[in-house]
Design a protein around this ligand. Sequence first.
Ligand SMILES: Cc1ncc(COP(=O)(O)O)c(C=O)c1O
Length: 415
Amino acid sequence: MHRFKYRDNLLCCENAAIRDIAKRFGTPFYLYSHKTLTDHYDKIRIAFKSLNPLICFSVKANSNLAVLKTLVSRGSGLDIVSGGELYKALKVGCPSGRIVYASVGKKTSEIEEAIRRNIFSFNVESEPELATINQIAGRLRKRSRVSLRLNPDVDAMTHKYITTGKSENKFGLDLAKAAGIYRNTRRYPNLNIDGVHIHIGSQITESLPFVKAIKKTLRFIDSLKVPIKNFNIGGGMGIIYSDERPQTAQQFAKRIIPLLKGRPFRLILEPGRFIAGNSGILVTRVIYIKQAFQKKFAIVDAGMNDLIRPSLYSAYHEILPVRRQAKAPVNKYDIVGPICESGDFLAKDRRFNRLKTGDLLAVMGAGAYGFTMASNYNSRPRVSEIMVEGRRVCLVRRAETYKDLIKGEILPRGI
Ligand SMILES: Cc1ncc(COP(=O)(O)O)c(C=O)c1O
C-alpha cells in the first residue's frame, strides 16, 4: 500500500497534487511519501515485534537525509556499506549502536572511522578483511564486534544481478572457512566474533529462499558449538512493481519467527527496498512525441542517469499519467530519455491514450535504488528530491546546477 492515489483525476502524493509540485519545482524530480515510508517500517517492526529485532534500514536503497531521519526517528538503525554512508548515518543522529557495516571492500580509513564511532558491528566478508579490522582495532585499543557474512549458496530466485548468496557471487564466506574462523577466534584478539550475517539477494517475493538460507545457517550455527549472539538475516524482501504478489511482512514473519524463537541470539534485519521502494516515484514531463517507423516514442526529461533500473536490470516500473486519461489506452509508446544510448528507456510498449508534449508522467516504485544509483552521465545535473507529509511539501534536496557538475574539477595551467 502506498499513498500515491488519484483525486479528481489528478495523481496526488498524500494530500498534495503532483501537478502543483511540478509547477512549483519543475521536472524531473523524485517524490517521497513520508507516510508510506513510516507505514512500511512499521509493518516490519510490528510483524517481528515478538523477537524485538534490530531493524537497520539499508542506506544504499535511499540515502536522502530526510528519508534516513524519518526512519531513525522511529527507532530504525542503519545498514551501511561505505564511509560516506556512515557519514550520512551520523549526520541524521543515528545512534552508533544501531549501525551495521557490510561491504566486501571496506578501506582501512573507513574501518578506522567506524571503529572510532563504536558502530554495533561489522559484517565481514573475507579473512584479509577480518585481519585488517583486528589490526586497526588493536592500534586504536578498541574491541570491535563482528558478524561473519556467510554465503549459504542458496538460490534467491531473483534477477542474477541482485542475487548475492550463490557460490559464484563475490559475497560472504563459505561455511567451511567461516567454521575455521569461529573455532579460532583467538587469532583475532581485538574482535568479538559472535554474530552471523546472511543476505541472499534482493526483490525476493517468496519466503522459501529465506527459509532455506536461515535453516541452513541454523544447522551451521548448531554444528559450531560456539556462542552466537547476533543473527543478521539481511534484507531482500520484494515489493510490487507490476503483477508480483510478494509475501507481506506478516506472512514473512510467520515463516521466519518459528525458526528463530527461543534461540539465544538477537535478530537483525536489513530491509531497504521493502521500506523505500513504493514510497517514492520519479516525476517526468514529455518533451517530444516522435513517430519512427512503426514505433511511437514519448521522449521525457528523465533518463537512465536518473533511474537506471530499467536499463540495468530490465526492471519494470509502472508509469501513470499524472492527469488520469479519460479515454481508453489505445496507443503504445516507448518512454525514453534524452541520453545518447539505445538502452536509455524507462518503459517499453506501454499503453496510453494520446500522450503529448507537456504531459506529466509518474514512474512508480522508484523510491529504492532510484536516486542512489543516479549519475551525471551526459553531464546532466541530478534531479531534486521532494518529500510530502500530509499537505506539507518539502524540498529535501535541490536539483544540481551546472556549477555542481564541475565542482572539484581542476584545469591544469597551460593545458
Ligand atoms: C548486505 C545487504 N543488506 C541489505 C540489503 C538491502 O536489500 P533490499 O533492498 O533488497 O532489502 C542489501 C542490498 O543489496 C545488502 O547488500
